[in-house]
Design a protein around this ligand. Structure first.
Ligand code: HEC
Ligand code: HEC
Ligand code: HEC
Ligand code: HEC
Ligand code: HEC
Length: 231
């Protein structure tokens, strides 16, 4: 019995197979580079907005509650961006249609607010540039987090100190799972979720006790099943 030999025509496939392996390696490297590239995870993404709206001023200095503007954040998956009418409540300008300015209107002639007055005069809404954007194959829901003691700050950083909103966290699968494996230490009383400056009490035992008590009272469990986020 002679040893098995590949037929001679197989030789012609060798360059093809080498090519496939080579391209595969380049593809894998590229995919990895893409996956860890900051533009993919988008940390630091900070688009300038058409109206220079400052969270540091409104949510920080003026201490406006997040839900005054993001009205659906504790009721729905999506956190509503306020319509221009919400700004108009305080910034109604003289040179435009819409409700006239009242005694409490501020900066009614501000140059920074000219785009607001133009848009309201023309009956337009505004296209704010989206900062955070999760891939469509991952399911996310604001209300389940906000109503279970997970603060905005965990995923958005100190928005109340930002002149221009910037993405602070990767919002990658690894980021979500780090908390989902063991949420208790990252919980706070539900009425403190929009208080981004809230700090757990000094001392690890005290902080751990609060987290554990919240996890029990809110019936929170680790959620790592793929179907939690990929449905
Ligand atoms: C006076 C209204 C107002 C208040 C109060 C307010 N926001 Fe906003 N927020 C906006 C507007 C308008 C935008 C869209 C423009 C921008 O990104 O600055 C926005 C955008 C954001 C975004 C980025 C959304 C995206 O595109 O990904 C986050 C996150 C956010 N707000 C969080 C907060 C948090 C947290 C608070 C409370 C500490 C808060 N906001 C309070 C009006 C408000
Ligand atoms: C509840 C009232 C209130 C609402 C609602 C509000 N603002 Fe303001 N805004 C203020 C106050 C008060 C100031 C002035 C603070 C100061 O001068 O110290 C201000 C200042 C500003 C300024 C700076 C103006 C200048 O010339 O310096 C801009 C721009 C602005 N707001 C945009 C917005 C936009 C856009 C919205 C809607 C998303 C909005 N504001 C909603 C109260 C409000
Ligand atoms: C557990 C993480 C997490 C928490 C907590 C959280 N967010 Fe978000 N937020 C996200 C993610 C992820 C997105 C992008 C969603 C998308 O693209 O589908 C987002 C998007 C937004 C947007 C843009 C509109 C939208 O829904 O896509 C706003 C506004 C916002 N968040 C405000 C808030 C405010 C205000 C709070 C606190 C009351 C908060 N978020 C708490 C993760 C979080
Ligand atoms: C800081 C902690 C934390 C982070 C970060 C976080 N989550 Fe959660 N998530 C929770 C908690 C707590 C719950 C509620 C768990 C429970 O009800 O037992 C939850 C629940 C959920 C649910 C609902 C599960 C269900 O079946 O009701 C989804 C979906 C979800 N998270 C997706 C995400 C995604 C996607 C991200 C990343 C963008 C994320 N979460 C980041 C803490 C977190
Ligand atoms: C807590 C939420 C959550 C859970 C649980 C989860 N994922 Fe993901 N997954 C995400 C998010 C968020 C992304 C990234 C979305 C993006 O890049 O915008 C992602 C991305 C992915 C991707 C694309 C490749 C990548 O890494 O970006 C795959 C594949 C994937 N998940 C598979 C799984 C599998 C399999 C499981 C179960 C073992 C699982 N996921 C559990 C949230 C989750």
């Amino acid at each position: 019995m002679s040893r098995f030999h590949f037929p001679a025509w197989v030789n012609t496939l060798l360059p093809v197979m080498a090519g496939v392996i080579g391209v595969g390696a380049i593809y894998a490297t590229g995919l990895l580079a893409y996956a860890v590239h900051p533009l993919t995870t988008d940390v630091g993404y900070r688009p300038e907005q058409p109206i220079p709206f400052s969270h540091a001023l409104h949510a920080g200095k003026l201490k406006m509650e997040c839900r005054y503007c993001h009205t659906t954040v504790d009721k729905a998956a999506f956190a509503a961006i306020p319509p221009l009418g919400t700004c108009w409540n305080c910034h109604a300008g003289k040179s435009a249609g819409g409700a006239a300015p009242t005694a409490v209107s501020v900066h009614t002639d501000s140059a920074k607010l000219q785009p607001l007055r133009d848009a309201v005069t023309n009956g337009q809404q505004y296209a704010w540039r989206k900062v955070h954007d999760l891939a469509d194959f991952a399911y996310f829901n604001h209300s389940v987090h906000v109503n279970r003691g997970v603060s905005c700050v965990e995923c958005h950083g100190r928005v109340d100190t930002m002149e221009v909103v910037e993405q602070k966290k990767t919002l990658s699968m690894g980021f979500c799972l780090t908390c989902h494996r063991d949420p208790a230490p990252r919980l706070r009383p539900v009425d403190q979720v929009t208080n981004l400056a809230w700090a757990a009490p000094e001392g690890k035992p005290e902080a751990d006790a609060i987290g554990a008590a919240l996890a029990t009272s809110l019936a929170i469990h680790p959620k790592q099943n793929c179907s939690t986020c990929h449905r």
